[in-house]
Write a protein that binds this ligand. Structure first.
Ligand SMILES: *[C@@H]1O[C@H](CO)[C@@H](O)[C@H](O)[C@H]1NC(C)=O
Ligand SMILES: *[C@@H]1O[C@H](CO)[C@@H](O)[C@H](O)[C@H]1NC(C)=O
Ligand SMILES: *[C@@H]1O[C@H](CO)[C@@H](O)[C@H](O)[C@H]1NC(C)=O
Ligand SMILES: *[C@@H]1O[C@H](CO)[C@@H](O)[C@H](O)[C@H]1NC(C)=O
Length: 169
């Protein structure tokens, strides 16, 4: 059962990846890859994931999770992030899937604000690079329309992934 849904998820990821290969509209990063956004298998899982990615301005983070079971909060400093402190939350999202477009360079801190999930490792710090690896060779307005259609498709695929309860429990 689990392997079947994982297979479906990998397939979905592959479809998304191919859809965006070579696109100038920004890359989608599925946070946690095949595991989505959930209780981390260990405390370094998301840290290890982020190390495998080059994330730059204009890219999008896609968090796949079950609404009501997990959420996402953003905090402004490394100190708050390290402590899993919700004293100064700058953003909160609670309906999966969540797509966050990265418009500012520098560090961004996200974690799950439910229970002890953050303490258990459901947290990710992302350092957004100011420049994209490949400069777009067309004016960005040209990609606005296909970008919107593709975004909707990605969102619907994410919605489907979030609905697979076995996968994201
Ligand atoms: C954490 O879990 C992932 C996925 O199960 C695994 O690949 C990785 O080696 C683990 N890391 C540690 C430090 O146990
Ligand atoms: C990130 O970008 C650098 C420079 O372009 C490249 O050398 C490196 O392999 C990339 N890393 C990943 C994980 O894609
Ligand atoms: C909360 O974070 C915002 C954004 O960084 C900052 O402007 C504000 O001063 C912070 N408030 C407190 C109480 O730390
Ligand atoms: C983020 O990346 C930039 C450029 O690669 C680097 O100068 C900066 O120190 C990094 N910030 C953090 C918090 O890692």
């Amino acid at each position: 059962m689990a392997s079947k849904t994982q297979y479906a998820f990998l397939l979905l990821s592959a479809v998304m990846a191919s859809l965006f290969a070579g696109s100038a509209a920004g890359v989608y990063h599925i946070v946690g890859a095949g595991k989505g956004w959930r209780m981390a298998p260990n405390k370094t899982y998301y840290e290890d994931w982020v190390r495998t990615r080059n994330i730059s301005i204009g890219d999008k983070l896609m968090f796949l999770y079950r609404s009501g079971v997990y959420n996402i909060v953003e905090v402004p400093t490394k100190e708050l992030f390290d402590e899993c402190s919700m004293k100064n939350i700058t953003n909160r999202w609670q309906n999966g899937p969540t797509i966050i477009e990265l418009t500012q360079p520098g560090p961004h801190y996200y974690f799950c604000g439910v229970g002890e999930h953050c303490e258990e490792g459901q947290k990710v710090a992302i350092n957004v690079s100011a420049f994209a690896p490949t400069p777009p060779d067309a004016p960005s307005t040209n990609s606005a329309t296909p970008g919107t259609a593709a975004d909707l498709l990605i969102y619907l695929a994410g919605l489907a992934a979030c609905a697979v309860s076995v996968l994201l429990m």
